[in-house]
Ligand binder design. Sequence first.
Ligand SMILES: [Zn+2]
Length: 75
Amino acid sequence: MAVQIRELGDRRYFGDEEKKIVHDRWHADCEDCLMDDILARGAAVGFEPDDLDQAFGEGYEYCEYCFDRRDPKRP
Ligand SMILES: [Zn+2]
């Protein structure tokens, strides 16, 4: 399920509830995704469990910047 979050913590995936987009924090390019802005809008959600299938199951779509067909290494 998707849960409202106030801080990113150590989650890998987080969603923008208004735009229905899921971001991957392991992806370096996701720096441009304005995570702080999403948090500030109160639109940030995390997923339980913290994986992509869960996000898709909630109706979220890939973020174009995070998901560009490269599979990022774990930082
Ligand atoms: Zn992103």
